[in-house]
Design a binder for this molecule. Sequence first.
Ligand code: NAD
Ligand code: TYD
Length: 340
Amino acid sequence: MNNIVITGAAGFIGSNLAYLVSERYPTARIYLLDSLTYAGNMENIAPLLRDDRITFHKIDIADPKVVSEFFNKNSIEYLFHLAAESHVDRSIHSAAEFVTTNVLGTQNLLDAARHSKVKRFIHISTDEVYGALGATGKFHETTPLDPTSPYAASKASSDLLVLAAAKTHGFDALVTRCTNNYGPYQFPEKLIPLFITNALEDKALPVYGDGQQIRHWVYVKDHCEALILVAEKGITGEVYNIGGPEESELANLTVTTEILRVLNKPISLIKRVEDRLAHDRRYCVDISKISNDLGWTPKVDFPKGLELTVNWYLENQDWWTKIKSGEYLDFYQKHYGKSL
Ligand code: NAD
Ligand code: TYD
């Protein structure tokens, strides 16, 4: 891989991927694209930009003109597409931005990438496109799409557009669908970073409904390793599920009590709040395809991953206290009345 684009590079997974790609391909030219929404943070990637071969480009993927100008100017081989509106709660509040960025933005990128002869397009998606599971079973790549939230519906739409580009135009595009990630640089609106930082501030941890919803957690570095493998060895037009180790399938209340235990904070910080609308009960993916075909398995178990994550938030208090005092706080107080 020589000329690599990462969209959404100033966000959580994008920045983690940028570090890994820069290590793995020490001579590659790397273009970090992001429009810097509330979730994009230049601090996440600032150290990388000291390296001459890595550049940042403030680009809104929803703007087809700007997107095609970029691809006409730069000869790109591999494109990892992570830019997205990514938070379910925000999509319930207002879905339009999710359609603009996740659906139209993805199509703009597909058009520009295809016309400028990008070699391979890796579209990073989510297991949430499959909908919700009951107490048993797992999502397979062939499971019908049945998204619940506007976020998941917009991601399902983008997945279909990517697969259509592969089928219609023979464009070398692939889709990955991963379970819930956690780790450094995750914006503190998602469960794990919100609860770690709230606990550190002795604020309430707002658990939705009965807290028995299940998520299948994967440490972000494991996800990024899988993405590089898919880029190198995946088959055009295929979908690859990515997920955590089996024992990382955990109920929200279990994750919450683990966070409190690791931080030595009292259980009394847990506050049961109103449930999320149409809250998906359980996600869990079958990873046998990526494991058998490409040889990937997750390496980091949940206790180790949580320790690494908690330590990162402990060591980077400036990073999250700044975020938690800005637009973020206003948004949540206004729309959710959350105790943040
Ligand atoms: P994030 O919200 O932390 O980051 C998204 C980034 O995209 C931000 O930097 C934001 O500024 C940028 N962005 C948003 N709209 C843009 C636009 N119009 N143009 C350019 N940039 C724009 O999200 P994340 O958690 O890092 O997720 C990255 C990708 O991975 C998303 O596509 C998401 O659907 C997918 N995914 C996330 C998870 C998870 O658990 N976080 C799991 C599976 C898949
Ligand atoms: P989240 O991190 O938003 O990811 P997703 O909705 O994509 O799975 O939420 C993870 C789980 O935690 C989900 O079941 C909703 C729940 N949750 C809470 O109980 N309280 C919260 O404040 C948040 C943000 C999430």
